[in-house]
Design a protein around this ligand. Sequence first.
Ligand SMILES: *Cc1c(COP(=O)(O)O)cnc(C)c1O
Length: 631
Amino acid sequence: MIEAIVLDWAGTAVDYGSRAPIIAFKNAFAHFNIDLSEATIRQDVGLDKLTHVRKILQNSEISSSWETTHPTIPLAKAAEEIYAQFQIEINKVLAETAQLKPGMTDLIKFANAHHIQLATTTGYTQAMLDQILPLAAKQGYKPAYNITSEQTNHVGRPSSAMVELAIRKMNISDPSHVIKVGDTVNDILEGKNAGTISIGVVDGGNLIGLSQQEFNELDIEQRDRCQAKAAVILKEAGADETINNIADLIPLIEAINDQQHEMPLLLTPGPLTTSHTVKETMLVDHGTWDDDYKELTQWVRHELVAVGKASEDDYTAVLMQGSGSFGVEAAIGTAVPKQHATLLIAANGAYGERMIEIADYLSIPHVDLQVPEDQTVTLTAVEESLAKHPEVTHFAVVHCETTTGILNPIETIIPALAEKGIITIVDAMSSFGGVPIDLERLRADYLITSSNKCVQGVPGFSIVLAKKKTLQGTEGNARSLALDLYAQYRTFEDHDGKWRFTSPTHVVYAFAEALRELEQEGGVTARTHRYHTNETLLRKGMQELGYELVINEDVQSPIITSFKYPTADFNFRAFYEYLKDRGFIIYPGKVSKCDSFRIGNIGEVSADDINHLLNLIKTYTKEELQLPVGN
Ligand SMILES: *Cc1c(COP(=O)(O)O)cnc(C)c1O
């Protein structure tokens, strides 16, 4: 998304043909009896003016002409004197200098409507600019930041310093979201050096150099020739694109934003935003009986055990077609024997409730430990239930309850239950890969996740990491053919990675790539760090905008964050659509006790993305909701 446009002044936004500095230069030199051609002046337009004077004086013809006419003033001093005269001359043509070029008013309107910030950099001095600004403002042009090289230690174009300062002031972290537009080679270089999209403007620019009247008097062919010549020069300097009228930026920005529209960023608990390379693996079709595919499946299973910090002596990964719930249902339905078994389910959110529903469907005797959604399940509460229900043989809990984003302390609960000989089932759907999990220490019997959560693959299968010894004793337990975890395991083991029934081949290839990318990122530690950074930024940023959290910060996971509606009549649908139009998909809330919405921090999402989202929410809160948002 384009967040800002940095514009040059003369020849780009104002002063058609960039005439004013040329006239002023010509007159300044004429004041010292030196006749300068326009072509000589135009060569280096865009530099700061003192540098420009010095550059002109380097021309041997001009320097010798100076030496004959002013033998007493050394060349070094000459630059300063001519420059002083230039300032006098430019003031004489000030009104002309500040005249907005055609198309500017449309561009300003468009930028305002789309919350695109405007800033400027220039070769003018601060004093000059200070005179132009009020004249431009009268015509409706009020860029938020106006940078001269006096603000960058006199480092001007083609260096990136001025644009970089503008970008910093606008609080934009990714320069590729910024367009730099100008009419000279130095402008283009400045934009390229700063890493922005660099656009050259042709009509009324320095390279054509004609006044509007002169240009209009040309016939069509002459005009075309002028425009083409200028465009080639700007392109050769590295312009990403050239435009004739400055208002042609509008369709250009729309096209850039549309491209990104097709790829909204999912700030959701999964499916989430995957990398381009993960998506790309799915462009090839694969057969399921293929040896390569079976090997890949085995590699994926092997890697998953490693991500869970477990030894393959103790743990195995069983893949199961379908979404995450299929894995939970397969684990519960296979783990709990048909006789003499009772499942204790701790529930503090929708996914805990779903396990209760699964137990009901499968007619599994169960005891429910209901915990409020904004509180964690504690070992004490679990032990109290166990004391009341000595018949309990199995225990199930959710790790990160995606309902709120709360993180249940499984590291204290699960080992304690393992010690008591209770079989444990952990729904780690939304945490595995995004929060460190050490299965050997945890001693969970079953831990479930899916392809489309923190490993950052696409939806299509679930994963059950199972303690081998436990799983091997579950033959015949399953209440479902398709969801028989034991049978699924046996088929993988006995047929070298062959899936039972048709498998989601594309999804498996994508998932293998996602596992490789997890490794490349630096494993779970690095990924957790990135998610944490996203979450902290989001939480603090939202709080600054006045949004309240649903759960306490100390039980907050780095996965997803819940926020209360800012007002009683808050229209979530409108908020959602506003963000969707700008490339972000968020999630409705799921807690029952208050109206809330959720924003995920996981997937191919960076701090830049979160900052961008916060900017949008700030604007929305201020302008649509009319709520105070701090500064
Ligand atoms: C995503 C998720 C699930 C699975 O949901 P599906 O829609 O079946 O993929 C289960 N538990 C938790 C905690 C989840 O976040």
